[in-house]
Design a protein around this ligand. Structure first.
Ligand SMILES: NC(=O)c1ccc[n+]([C@@H]2O[C@H](COP(=O)([O-])OP(=O)(O)OC[C@H]3O[C@@H](n4cnc5c(N)ncnc54)[C@H](O)[C@@H]3O)[C@@H](O)[C@H]2O)c1
Length: 583
């Protein structure tokens, strides 16, 4: 294999060109090498022909057939200019004829162009005579050999003008990639240093992690199909999420069974307190326990260290010991706060969740993440602390507004989209029934969401890997929440964030057709989908706690039911959001 270094070869990190572009004849392996090279360089891979196809809605063959080569070349020039405007450095594979166009070569003058040099004989053996050949519009004509030889002779002169040349004959895709990386010294400059924080190294920021998640736990039906238990397995203990149509004595009896001490304190907010506390208090007292209740102000404003301190005082005044029990009766705010207090009060006391919002039921009450906010951001202080049990009554959820209910369903949609195509299909098909509180559909939607959450928690309880998938939509979602001064429901903001992040992934070529399907589901739930019209605080993206140096880890849904985690540059996402929304 031969590598020719030209005057434009970058020898210094500061010379690292923004984009690496693979040129060469059809069959030289530009796309296969490009994909592998992009992984090594921790950059997105783009394929110019694919971009043209997805923007024009026609295959390259169709464009050639219906509009002719001149029209195709015009599209190609425009697509090339657009893709090179990408703020993030990419690896790009271009078509066989792209580099023969002088204006394209001019467009590519600041990129590192690498010619994958392949002999005519090798090209012919790679293209073969079958299906592959039919896909190539330039190979029409009676003799493929003659056409290839003629075309090759014409284009070779142009290819030789690339900054680098790497011969590929007799080499595997891996070998060619390896050669480009090592000979051109590219890998150590994979992430642009200017994107990293002071003193932070690019190394150790993985570009992509492909995730294996173990089989989810089974749903255990109790009595009828509308009474379901889901088991959650964690490192500290396993517990059950009980899902039933109505509230009533069963919740209090279940809590009493789990309670080791004499006292129980119910923490709730004034809204939920008025609606649901008296029933629970009545049944808890009937179990013979000493029961007290603390009602806090509703809303995100209560998720603070100041409020936690009030709760500690209340517990101390009521003589609570470590073996006594806290009950979180409310939405995600009460659940997160009470869990945080339970994990820290006397170094940890028992606690259970009685979630009353759909969001808390489908997501926050399961998995043991507790948190309070600080003036600098959401959930910045917290612990991992699992409840002893979770008690879900559909009747508790029925007092929410339909928008609050729909915003909660979003978290279930998020898990289904990333983890389970069947559940996603069920959720999209049954969205209306779920919204209208059909007992069986809603029970199933909740049970499936809890099951998927349990599966992720079992695989990665402390969020060192796969659990990050649950953050899908949350990076942009949090920026929208902050931009809208936290006046928007969390689930609504996540819905908008998921659409934005999916559109970004599509633009980068990581996935296809996810954002349009999501938009349909979100709109089907009666929620907003127009994220571009929101106020967005891009500072919130820059300060995101998932940030690692200049990179930020983003879950990417590649296709329905499958995802991977990518570390992308913060500035790329910020620029995308700014460009699309005018933020
Ligand atoms: N721990 C986790 O894993 C996790 C996951 C997702 C979200 N969260 C957190 O959850 C919080 C959002 O939760 P939320 O959306 O439930 O908000 P929330 O707890 O503030 O509840 C929203 C509003 O609904 C009211 N409400 C609650 N239940 C009701 C009912 N049954 N009927 C009528 N009104 C009711 C509340 O009083 C409140 O005003 C955020 O702080 C978010 O960070 C945590």
């Amino acid at each position: 294999m031969e590598t020719m270094m030209s005057a434009r070869t970058p020898n210094q990190a500061s010379d690292m060109p923004k984009h690496v572009v693979l040129v060469g004849f059809m069959g030289s392996g530009k796309s296969s090498v490009g994909r592998l090279l992009a992984g090594r360089l921790r950059r997105p891979f783009r394929d110019l022909d694919q971009i043209i196809e997805s923007t024009s809605g026609q295959s390259v063959q169709q464009i050639f057939k219906l509009q002719g080569e001149v029209a195709f070349r015009a599209k190609e020039r425009a697509a090339l200019r657009d893709v090179l405007n990408s703020s993030e450095p990419i690896v790009l594979a271009v078509g066989g004829g792209t580099f023969s166009d002088a204006s394209n070569r001019e467009t590519l003058r600041d990129a590192l162009t690498v010619y994958l040099e392949t002999s005519v004989e090798e090209i012919l053996s790679r293209i073969g005579a079958g299906e592959e050949k039919k896909k190539r519009p330039m190979l029409r004509g009676p003799s493929v050999e003659d056409t290839v030889a003629r075309l090759f002779a014409r284009r070779e002169v142009d290819y030789q003008q690339a900054s680098e040349r790497v011969t590929t004959d007799g080499r595997s895709v891996e070998e060619v990639t390896e050669h480009i990386v090592s000979e051109l010294g590219l890998e150590r400059r994979a992430l642009r240093n200017e994107d990293l924080g002071p003193g932070e190294e690019a190394q150790g920021v993985p570009e992509q992690t492909t995730i294996e998640v173990p089989e989810p736990p089974q749903l255990e039906l109790v009595g009828s199909s509308n009474e379901v238990d889901v088991r959650v397995e964690t490192s500290s203990h396993d517990y059950t999420v009980h899902i039933r149509p109505e509230s009533g004595a069963w919740i209090a009896e279940g809590i009493a069974k789990l309670s080791r001490g004499r006292r129980i304190v119910v923490v709730t907010d004034t809204t939920v307190g008025k609606l649901h506390a008296s029933d629970l208090m009545f049944h808890l007292k009937a179990t013979g326990k000493e029961v007290s209740i603390l009602r806090l102000e509703p809303g995100e404003g209560s998720k603070t260290l100041g409020t936690a301190s009030r709760v500690y005082d209340f517990l101390l005044e009521h003589g609570l010991t470590r073996s006594d029990m806290l009950v979180a009766l409310g939405g995600g705010v009460i659940g997160d706060l009470t869990g945080f207090v339970a994990s820290t009060f006397l170094r940890g006391c028992d606690f259970v969740q009685v979630p009353t919002t759909t969001l808390a039921v489908m997501d926050s009450s399961v998995g043991g993440k507790t948190a309070v906010n600080t003036p600098r951001g959401k959930n910045l202080v917290g612990t991992f602390y699992q409840p002893l049990g979770v008690f879900v009554a559909l009747s508790h959820l029925a007092t929410q507004t339909s928008v609050e209910h729909a915003a909660g369903v979003v978290e279930g949609v998020k898990m289904a989209l990333a983890l389970d195509a069947d559940v996603y299909r069920f959720m999209t098909k049954s969205a209306r029934d779920i919204l209208e509180f059909s007992e069986s559909e809603l029970t199933r939607a909740i049970a499936e969401s809890v099951r998927l959450k349990a599966k992720v928690v079992k695989a990665d309880e402390f969020e060192s890997g796969v659990r990050a998938v649950l953050n899908f939509g949350h990076t942009v979602g949090h920026a929208i929440e902050a931009g809208e001064s936290f006046q928007m429901l969390h689930g609504q903001a996540v819905a908008l964030g998921m659409i934005a992040e999916a559109q970004w992934a599509e633009m980068e070529g990581y996935s296809r057709n996810i954002s349009s399907s999501l938009r349909d589901v979100i709109e089907g739930l009666g929620l907003r989908s127009d994220w571009r019209r929101c106020q967005i605080s891009t500072d919130a993206i820059t300060l995101d706690k998932k940030r690692k140096g200049g990179g930020i880890q983003l879950p990417i849904v590649n296709s329905v039911g499958s995802f991977d985690l990518r570390t992308i540059t913060v500035s790329a996402l910020v620029e995308f959001v700014k460009r699309r929304s005018g933020a």
